[in-house]
Design a protein around this ligand. Structure first.
Ligand code: ADP
Length: 221
C-alpha cells in the first residue's frame, strides 16, 4: 500500500473498536502502534500492525517509554474498564499528546472525557471504526460510508482544480470512476446534478464510487 503521509497512529486497547480502527488505519497505509495489556491480545495481533506491544496504558512511564509523544493521533479504545479509559486519557493529556481520540459508551463518560481534554470522543455504537479512521486521516473527506469492500460514499470538499468546471468538464466518472450524487452549496443541496452544472468554490460534493477513485480524488488539492 502507498503511504499517504507520515502520520503516525497509536491505538490503545485491542477490543472490537480498537482492533478495527487499527486494521482500518493500517490498511490505508499508516504506521500503527497497537498497545494492550492483555498478552493474549498482543499475541493474536502480533503480525497485524507496525508494532504491537504489551503495556499498561495507565502507567505514565510505560507510555513515555513507548515514545507516545511522537504519535500524531492516539486512540484510547478501552470500553469496559472505564477507570482505565479515563486514567489513560488523562495520562496522555498530561504527557502532552497532540490529538487524543477517546471512546465513550455512555453520555456521562463522553462528558468526562471531553472535560479532561480528549480532542475527539466517539461512541462506538454510533460511529463505525472504519469511518472514524477515515475521518482521522483525511483532511477533505468529511464523511465516509463503506458500502462494500470496494465501494463507498464520501462527502468531500471540492478540489480546487474543479472550480468553475461543469460536471462534464471535470469528467470524474472517466477519470476516477466516481459519480457525483449531490452538491452541497451553502444551504442548498443539489441532488443528482445535471451534467451542465458548474462547480463553485466552497462546494462540498457527495460522491459514490470505488475506493481507489475516492482516494485519488481526495489526494487532489
Ligand atoms: P470493545 O468494546 O471495543 O471491545 P473492550 O473494553 O472490550 O472494548 O476492550 C478493550 C481492550 O483494552 C481490551 O483488549 C483490554 O485488554 C485493553 N485494556 C484495558 N485496560 C487496559 C490498560 N490499562 N492498558 C492497556 N490495555 C488495556
Amino acid at each position: 500500500k502507498v503511504k499517504k503521509s507520515g502520520k503516525q497512529f497509536a491505538v490503545i486497547g485491542l477490543g472490537r473498536f480498537g482492533s478495527s480502527m487499527a486494521v482500518s488505519l493500517y490498511k490505508m497505509g499508516y504506521d500503527v502502534l497497537a498497545i494492550d495489556n492483555d498478552l493474549k491480545k498482543v499475541q493474536d495481533f502480533s503480525n497485524d500492525f507496525t508494532h504491537v506491544v504489551q503495556a499498561n496504558s495507565t502507567d505514565e512511564n510505560a507510555l513515555r517509554e513507548l515514545g507516545i509523544l511522537n504519535f500524531d493521533v492516539v486512540i484510547v479504545a478501552i470500553g469496559e474498564d472505564i477507570e482505565s479509559n479515563i486514567m489513560t486519557t488523562l495520562q496522555l493529556k498530561e504527557i502532552g499528546v497532540k490529538y487524543i481520540v477517546a471512546m465513550a459508551r455512555t453520555p456521562l463518560q463522553m462528558k468526562v472525557l471531553e472535560k479532561i481534554g480528549a480532542d475527539r470522543v466517539v461512541a462506538p455504537e454510533h460511529d463505525m471504526a472504519q469511518r472514524v479512521a477515515y475521518n482521522l486521516v483525511s483532511t477533505n473527506v468529511m464523511d465516509y460510508i463503506e458500502l462494500s469492500d470496494e465501494f463507498s460514499i464520501a462527502e468531500t470538499t471540492l478540489p480546487k482544480a474543479f472550480i468553475g468546471k461543469t460536471l462534464i468538464e471535470a469528467n470524474l466518472r472517466a477519470k476516477y470512476n466516481i459519480n457525483v450524487v449531490a452538491i452541497k452549496r451553502g444551504r442548498h443541496l443539489i441532488v443528482s446534478p445535471m451534467p451542465s452544472e458548474k462547480f463553485h468554490e466552497n462546494d462540498v460534493i457527495v460522491v459514490v464510487g470505488d475506493n481507489n477513485g475516492i482516494n485519488g480524488l481526495e489526494s487532489l488539492e
